[in-house]
Design a protein around this ligand. Structure first.
Ligand SMILES: *Cc1c(COP(=O)(O)O)cnc(C)c1O
Length: 377
């Protein structure tokens, strides 16, 4: 039985008439830039994640880019990111001619390691003043350990941009109560790329913040920095969210918690049946209800062997991510070497994402499990 890594058709079937109607409404309205769907989505997403303001943008990548532009990040500045994430996290830093500096991840959660972050500040005393942002990533749908990260940021007076592209609706048990991913830092960024838990029918993203002045600035920056129209005190770009995408997301948003729960149930099903020697299961760092399982990622010794077997059995898997930032060719001038970040390098060589989407059937999950069991048997 074939089991794709992600089956968007299976989700589409559950909402197809409403989705098509919402898209047709935008087309019929002839209001193709901005409009009521954008305003409604911004308010609803901000509310959903626990921030005051939402600003719809073109993609998760542009959400990070415009967030950094709003903070004035540019040449000479340093931005700290984990070395193990999707490329956008570090790519946007370099695009602004700032310098990304990399931090290793925790070997169990694959999120930025707060101790490694603190060690950076202790080691790089002469560079501290150049750090203009810390960008923790809530990888695979589980929050990074934000309390110590925010403590470090406060200590040095540095803003935090949460890359919450994979973590909309994920929660963190902070010292001051349970918080939503994206609501804890200065700015949070989200992606609506189709493979995220809340995906549109193309590219889309959202920036959230509870700082009214920053929200206003980001709002101008996404529209070439114009304020008012045709008058530019700052230089932005065209980072506007498409209202068709907003309309699609408004149809999907009421289903999101149910889809998260189905992914959690799938994860619990795998967890119970994949307790095998040699298979490291994804760690639940806080509690399962706080995880949205954008990915279910295991770590095994012979990852490439397992993947070959899964492919042969027509089971979709993926390697997120095979090359950490510090070993990417485009960053070779930064001077990092193999061995600099052992946890990230180990993860890049041993982890494998399994199908975890909400509509997986029991038969499909059993097929995934039986192939892994046979390989490790
Ligand atoms: C998907 C993703 C992004 C980028 O989002 P796009 O909408 O594809 O531009 C950024 N960071 C992380 C961690 C992501 O997973």
């Amino acid at each position: 039985m074939a089991v794709p890594l992600l089956d968007l058709k299976a989700q589409l079937k559950t909402i197809e008439p409403e989705l098509k109607q919402a898209v047709m409404e935008v087309i019929d309205s002839t209001r193709y830039i901005g409009g009521p769907q954008i305003d409604e989505l911004e308010a609803k997403i901000a509310d959903y994640v626990g921030a005051k303001h939402g600003i719809g943008v073109t993609s998760g990548t542009d959400a990070l880019l415009v967030a950094m532009m709003a903070l004035g990040i540019g040449p000479g500045d340093i931005v700290l990111t984990p070395t193990y994430s999707f490329f956008a996290t570090a790519g946007v830093v370099a695009r602004l001619n700032a310098t990304p500096a990399f931090i290793d991840v925790d070997p169990d959660t694959y999120n930025i390691c707060p101790n490694a972050l603190r060690a950076w500040f202790e080691r790089e005393k002469d560079k501290r003043d150049r750090v203009k942002a810390i960008v923790p990533v809530h990888l695979y749908g589980q929050c990074a350990d934000m309390d110590p990260i925010l403590d470090i940021a406060r200590e040095y007076g540095i803003p935090v941009i949460e890359d919450a592209a994979q973590a909309i609706g994920s929660k963190y048990p902070s010292k001051s109560g349970v918080k939503g991913a994206g609501s804890m830092g200065t700015i949070g960024s989200f992606s609506f790329f189709p493979s995220k838990n809340l995906g549109c029918v193309g590219d889309g993203g959202m920036v959230v913040t509870s700082d009214a002045a920053l929200a206003e600035r980001i709002g101008f920056l996404r529209n070439h920095g114009a304020n008012p129209k045709y008058y530019h005190k700052m230089i932005g770009g065209n980072f506007r969210l498409d209202p068709i995408q907003a309309a699609v997301l408004l149809v999907k948003l009421p289903h999101l918690d149910k889809w998260h729960q189905a992914r959690r149930d799938n994860a619990a099903y795998y967890d119970e049946r994949l307790q095998l020697p040699g298979v490291k299961l994804p760690k639940v760092a806080y509690q399962r209800e706080y995880h949205i399982y954008n990915q279910y990622v295991i770590s095994v010794k012979d990852r490439d062997g397992l993947r070959a077997r899964m492919t042969e059995a027509k089971i979709g898997t993926e390697i997120y991510y095979p090359v950490p930032f510090h070993l990417q060719e485009c960053f070779k001038d930064l001077g990092y070497r193999k061995g600099d970040f052992p946890n990230s390098e180990y993860a890049a060589d041993h982890t494998l994402a399994l199908p975890i989407y909400a509509e997986l059937t029991t038969e499909q999950k059993d097929e995934v499990i039986s192939q892994i069991r046979a390989f490790h048997g």
